[in-house]
Design a protein around this ligand. Structure first.
Ligand SMILES: Cc1ncc(COP(=O)(O)O)c(C=O)c1O
Length: 378
């Protein structure tokens, strides 16, 4: 078990900046950088065991990913980012003209573009707006058609912080034989996730936000049943039963999700991601989420005394690691954002709102310092 204080001690960033931008990207911890440095020492000298060492880390990371989302390890495939995973799904299904896909209108493009690409095959991709920002099962239910084959949703919306009720959407999907896919980059690493309990058929995640991993790491999860319906749109050698049997072109694909992996992989990134996810697992997803919500609630309450307000009145069961707020004079948000950045704060400005996204290593004292800065700028 790693305590919050111990976790915090791993991050050099706390001496330099107030970093509240984990919905965009995350700073690397010292153990992660050290693990990567150690790996580079092997590569630097062309150590003949380097490939085996790299593969060991690749499998260690796969097992950490499986634990983070409650999946059997065979159901996990490494991917370079979220959108690569979504493309495996979008391009792998056998679409027919007139098939219907439902998406929320303000999704991040990684969960939209791979599906829009199917329009020239006659697939009808519908983008549903939600006036109050709530991406609910009812919203999708209102737009279902007999031809609806797939619904794909972000577990947490990047522009609002809205956390979807994934179980409710999966129940809707499964009552109609619709595939349920989730872009989970804004939740895995900060919100406890159980793909089996939530009834998720397909999930894609990038590592560089809440999993605090290097860029170019991530994974997909796919059920065995859905995998059996996915044709490989790209085929490499790593996805076969025995990848190093190079001359054997007749060999079978792996029965596991790693059949979607192609060739030489981002080993140094995976070494870092393995360490980062190992640490997160030792912190415990429940403790991480509880702490992050405490920090957000602290800010929320402090804003009551200031000319700032939260943008979305979501309840605790719709909340996440993202909190959106702004100055009551909307024209001042850009300059307030710039002043915060100049004072050493990392956060994002999205659609005119300030996006506050703390992680487990952030402290109450850091939030107090942030509140003091807001007071000065108010
Ligand atoms: C909801 C969501 N999905 C995906 C991404 C990133 O996509 P990718 O991993 O494909 O670069 C982001 C990043 O901002 C996001 O907010």
């Amino acid at each position: 078990m790693i305590s919050q204080e111990q976790f915090r001690s791993f991050f050099d960033v706390v001496d330099k900046r107030l970093f509240f931008n984990h919905a965009a990207y995350a700073p690397l911890s010292r153990p992660v950088v050290n693990a990567m440095d150690e790996f580079f020492e092997h590569w630097k000298f062309g150590n003949p065991a380097s490939w085996d060492i790299a593969e060991g880390h690749m499998e260690g990371l796969r097992s950490n990913y499986a634990k983070l989302v409650g999946a059997p390890v065979e159901r996990i495939a490494h991917m370079a980012n979220t959108v690569s995973g979504v493309n495996v799904l979008a391009n792998g299904l056998n679409w027919e003209k007139g098939d219907h896909i439902l998406l929320y209108a303000d999704e991040f493009p990684s969960n939209v573009m791979p599906f829009l690409n199917l329009r020239d095959r006659g697939v009808d991709v519908e983008l549903l707006p939600a006036l109050d920002g709530r991406v609910t099962a009812d919203l999708f239910a209102s737009a279902l058609r007999p031809q609806t084959r797939l619904i794909s949703v972000s577990s947490v919306q990047y522009l609002t912080g809205y956390r979807a009720d994934l179980k409710a959407i999966s129940d809707l999907c499964h009552s109609r034989d619709i595939i349920f896919s989730v872009d989970a980059i804004q939740s895995v690493g900060v919100i406890p996730t159980d793909v089996i309990e939530m009834g998720i058929d397909f999930l894609a995640v990038g590592g560089h936000k809440w999993m605090m991993s290097p860029l170019g790491t991530g994974f997909l999860y796919v059920t065995e049943e859905l995998q059996s319906r996915l044709k490989l749109m790209h085929r490499g050698y790593m996805g076969h039963v025995n990848p190093i049997d190079f001359g054997n072109f007749d060999q079978e694909l792996s029965p596991h999700a790693r059949r979607f992996e192609l060739g030489a992989f981002n080993a140094s990134g995976m070494v870092g991601a393995e360490k980062a996810t190992e640490i997160l697992l030792e912190c415990g997803p429940e403790s991480i989420y509880r702490h992050v919500r405490t920090l957000i609630t602290k800010l929320e309450w402090a804003l009551d005394e200031l000319p700032f307000h939260g943008l979305f009145p979501f309840g605790e069961n719709e909340a996440s690691g993202i909190y959106m707020f702004r100055h009551e004079d909307a024209s001042r948000n850009q300059s307030i954002f710039e002043a915060l950045v100049a004072s050493g704060v990392n956060l994002s400005l999205r659609n005119g709102g300030l996006r506050f996204a703390p992680h487990y290593y952030n402290s109450q004292e850091e939030v107090d310092r942030f509140i003091a800065l807001l007071k000065d700028l108010a």
